[in-house]
Design a protein around this ligand. Structure first.
Ligand code: ZN
Length: 177
């Protein structure tokens, strides 16, 4: 199994190409401060604290330069943690808490199955690690939002009788959960 500690062709850090870094040189400080060994140290330390250090080989991580205002995310299918290099370059002090936050998501999913993303299980792991149970960040995302393309308003299509009937029927029943 591949782990984030390994680099692919042309990468200077997991998920970061030399070319991308040349275009975003201010991320260099973050990458220096957080080399793969340090990321793995934090992950291992918290996994050990949670009594599931054996999961370290299953958990992978990488930077994802396409993330915008999300600081990081857990990709359950791949047991993968993705980190936002642009946002974290502004807030390197958030790295440790974020790694624990995302690791907790993966551990909860692996050991307790599907749960509410920031539910009681997740909060319990965060508390055990001495971390905040706040689910959202309040970091400086100026300039990171996706630029909105001007969308042309589409003319509303007139609803047919059948559609009106269907809508009525659907509104009557219990909504999807
Ligand atoms: Zn979360």
């Amino acid at each position: 199994m591949s782990r984030g500690d390994g680099l692919r062709n042309g990468e200077v850090a997991p998920g970061i190409s030399e070319r991308w870094l040349a275009q975003h040189p201010y991320v260099g400080g973050l990458l220096e401060e957080w080399p793969p060994e340090r990321v793995r140290q934090v992950l291992d330390a918290v996994l050990e604290l949670w009594g599931c250090l054996d999961l370290t080989t299953a958990i992978d991580w990488r930077w994802n330069p396409r993330l915008r205002t999300t600081a990081g995310r857990a990709v359950f299918l791949d047991m993968l943690i993705e980190l936002n290099p642009l946002l974290l370059a502004r807030h390197p002090e958030e790295m440790e808490g974020l790694l624990v936050h995302e690791a907790a998501h993966l551990v909860v999913q692996r050991l307790h199955g599907r749960q509410a993303p920031h539910g009681e299980h997740w909060k319990a792991y965060m508390r055990r690690a001495g971390q905040s149970t706040r689910a959202t960040h309040q970091l400086d995302v100026r300039g990171l939002r996706r630029k909105r393309k001007a969308r042309r308003a589409r003319p509303r299509r007139a609803t047919t009788k059948v559609e009106q009937l269907l809508r009525k029927l659907l509104q009557g029943g219990a909504g999807p959960r």
